[in-house]
Design a protein around this ligand. Structure first.
Ligand SMILES: Cc1cc2nc3c(=O)[nH]c(=O)nc-3n(C[C@H](O)[C@H](O)[C@H](O)COP(=O)(O)O)c2cc1C
Length: 187
């Protein structure tokens, strides 16, 4: 992850799906393509490598992937999620990631940081996104309501390039990026 220019913003994109052909990850890749050049989008790739959350391990010497996760959050001006719903709830791997963010008391943690999400589920996924809001509130993230959007897509809309070629989605993503760019870290 390179050094960003002073006028640039960086968004960290976190998918709750580990599937290679994930629609949620495709949506985040599409967001990176829609964002203006002034917004540097970084797709988080370590979800599968995070150890199960253990408060005993949350000390000065963190597991390496937890260090990388926290550094990625510290380096981001905002975070965007997109996640499937599993069994009416958040995927366990994403809840695990979020649990690792709670104990971070360093400058740049998720505390006060603008966050948003794109929900691409054609079945609503109300359980998953309700839980996401609950956990992000608990983490004291700054949930930017205008950057929390629901635009259903299906897997057939993901092209061979791994992007979603759908104007409604692209418009929703552009609006999300604008709303999150305008938001500032809450005190
Ligand atoms: C074990 C399992 C449980 C699921 N549970 C739900 C669910 O409760 N609600 C729902 O809307 N979809 C559910 N789904 C469907 C996924 O959320 C859906 O396929 C989603 O698009 C997968 O996201 P991805 O393409 O990014 O991997 C479930 C899928 C699996 C494999």
């Amino acid at each position: 992850v390179g050094v960003k220019a002073p006028q640039e913003q960086r968004f960290l994109l976190i998918s709750g799906s580990l599937r290679a052909s994930s629609t949620n990850t495709a949506v985040l890749r599409t967001l990176a393509g829609v964002a203006p050049a002034s917004v540097d989008c970084v797709l988080y790739g370590g979800l599968e490598d995070l150890p199960p959350f253990n408060p005993d391990a949350d000390g000065p010497s963190l597991p390496p992937e937890v260090e990388r996760l926290r550094a990625a959050i510290h380096g981001a001006d905002a975070v965007v999620f997109s996640t499937p719903e599993y069994a009416g709830a958040l995927p366990g791997s994403l809840k695990n990631l979020l649990d690792w963010t709670i104990g971070d008391d360093q400058v740049g943690s998720i505390y006060g940081k603008p966050v948003g999400w794109i929900n691409p589920s054609d079945r609503g996924a109300a359980g998953a996104y309700g839980e996401l809001r609950t956990v992000l509130r608990y983490a004291h993230a700054h949930v930017v309501d205008d950057a929390c959007v629901h635009t259903p897509i299906n897997s057939a809309m993901v092209g061979p390039d791994g992007l979603v070629d759908d104007q409604d989605l692209r418009s929703a993503l552009a609006a999300l990026v604008d709303a999150l760019s305008a938001a500032r870290t809450a005190a």
